[in-house]
Design a protein around this ligand. Sequence first.
Ligand code: ATP
Ligand code: MG
Ligand code: MG
Ligand code: MG
Length: 492
Amino acid sequence: TTVQTHDIRKRFLDHFIRAGHTEVPSASLILDDPNLMFVNAGMVPFKPYFLGQQTPPYSRATSVQKCVRTLDIDEVGVTTRHNTFFQMAGNFSFGDYFKREAITFAWTLLTNSVEDGGYGIDPQKLWPTVYLDDDEAEAIWRDEIGVPAERIQRRGMKDNYWSMGVPGPCGPCSEIFYDRGPEYGKEGGPEADEDRYIEIWNLVFMQNERGEGGGKDNYEILGPLPKQNIDTGMGIERVACLLQGVDNVYETDLLKPIIDLASELTGRGYGRGAHDDDVRFRVIADHARTAALLICDGVLPGNDGRGYVLRRLLRRVVRSVRLLTSASEAAGVTPRAASEPTMGALIGRVIDMMAPSYPELEERREQIVSTAVGEETSFSKTLAAGSKLFTDAATATKAAERSTISGDDAFTLHDTYGFPIDLTLEMAAEAGLTVDQHGFTALMAEQKSRAKADATARKTGHTDLSVYRDLLDRGPTEFTGFGELVSEARVL
Ligand code: ATP
Ligand code: MG
Ligand code: MG
Ligand code: MG
């Protein structure tokens, strides 16, 4: 029998409780932090302690934190290891233990036998990395843990140096990767191939103080901190994927049942060699789960900020279901999803799977389901309305003996009917047409700069406070603006 995700979570907490850590429950995905759209790492709720703004009531803590990373949205279903919602297990030391203990704790949990409370991973499959000049961490891995020197790689600032992006604590990291074997890629350690060597755990050694300066790696390091801290994050879904011997995180025990249900409803098979179908199934499972967890923590579908992310996720589920359904119909099968809504069933299955670890999902089951179903209903209307305009545009294009749907039409579909551009692209392809994407992008950009000018006008006029609220909702840290805006049409 393989280890279930709930058990992986519990083993983690038990391991660190035995080692004197206080268990801290997961915080909500929504914290009152203007810099952050969603909690995206286990350390976020502990920030005030690391920044020295508050004194922690314990010197060692452990948690399994709900995380959402919208920046990974395009990776979902395409790589084997990225969820938009995932659970980050962590152990934290506030001025207590440092590198030696952090490395030893991680190693023993990963490699101890299942009988001894560990995960029973073969030590030969594990590859640690250290920061370029971190001889101390390297020596611990090599001389105390006994990892052969050739399996320890040194990496630069981008991968192995951490800060919060603002003046405050910073320091080198040591990450642990698992070798999935030659069928997953080329040899040579994580430096050579991060699909074959899967990152499972990041150990952050907060030992220095960061000064001013921009970005992830363009800042001054002022000197050592008076007190050193530890922050670690292990991905529960990734460990589940490896221990359960499945190909990707979407096929682990808490997500595969959602894929199975989607397969039943849409009449398409999963894992039968149709790559596009499989990606859609993985998107459905991942996004339905993230949506349920977000609604549970108080997010409602909306047109900006967090609400917009939720809307995008739910719409992507609806669209993926529809595309799978059409594929079935094209093959002569009429599945249930052709005549019934599916969101309620999918979200219900998510709650069944996740409630044992997050009982609040059960408590709010009805509200979560009805919110998601409401979005499904309204988006289905949008799709129905837009489809008529699309057909008219396609017919007109062909009648004029052209093969390209104009940027104007694509923009109207998007702007007036909320019609996602990738749907326009796909339907155009089905009709043997292309879309003037440059024209579309130009019109989108024009609209954005108009909106921005409006917002600035309102801001300087000090009349409309909603502008400030809007900016706060977005927050600079995750809503990095450009990337998100550029990808929003594609992602919808
Ligand atoms: P990657 O390089 O694979 O994108 P990362 O370096 O961005 O991962 P960290 O920020 O170091 O990840 O987060 C700590 C741990 O959380 C990772 O080692 C991984 O196990 C897990 N993790 C990070 N992002 C995801 C995700 N999108 N889905 C599932 N697990 C994740
Ligand atoms: Mg990442
Ligand atoms: Mg990484
Ligand atoms: Mg990392």
